[in-house]
Design a protein around this ligand. Structure first.
Ligand code: 5GP
Ligand code: ZN
Length: 114
């Protein structure tokens, strides 16, 4: 059993504001939102980062991204758009080693990142 923060959220050991859940994935609001809409979508299986996925995970990855855009629409981001971010390892700014998609919307975001 993994003691990572997001696995604890999946098991309900750490509270979260859930947006969506099914057998494979969970979406919840980020604890430190960087925009009016900022939620995370994670697989329930503990995968450390996107570089540790395998060919067998292609369908899961596609489903995560598809669900992310569906939820972004439901949360009001269809008209103005949204940003999907997957940080990976140290240089990518990943701080929680459980694969997650950030969905950021509700304001105009700068590009490129610092
Ligand atoms: P990363 O930097 O790894 O891409 O993003 C991790 C994200 O997880 C951060 O935006 C951080 O605010 C969020 N986070 C970390 N711990 C918790 C927590 O316990 N609950 C929630 N809801 N979000 C968390
Ligand atoms: Zn985990």
């Amino acid at each position: 059993m993994s003691d990572c923060i997001f696995c604890k959220i999946i098991r309900g050991e750490i509270p979260s504001k859930k947006i969506y859940e099914d057998d494979e994935m969970l979406a919840f609001h980020d604890a430190t939102p960087q925009s009016p809409v900022h939620f995370l979508l994670i697989p329930k299986r503990h995968i450390r980062n996107i570089m540790e996925t395998e060919a067998a995970d292609v369908f899961l990855l596609g489903t995560l991204l598809y669900r992310a855009q569906e939820l972004a629409k439901i949360l009001g981001c269809e008209e103005n758009g949204v940003r999907f971010v997957v940080n990976c390892k140290k240089d990518g700014g990943q701080t929680v080693d459980h694969l997650h998609i950030h969905v950021l919307g509700g304001r105009s975001l700068d590009w490129p990142p610092g």
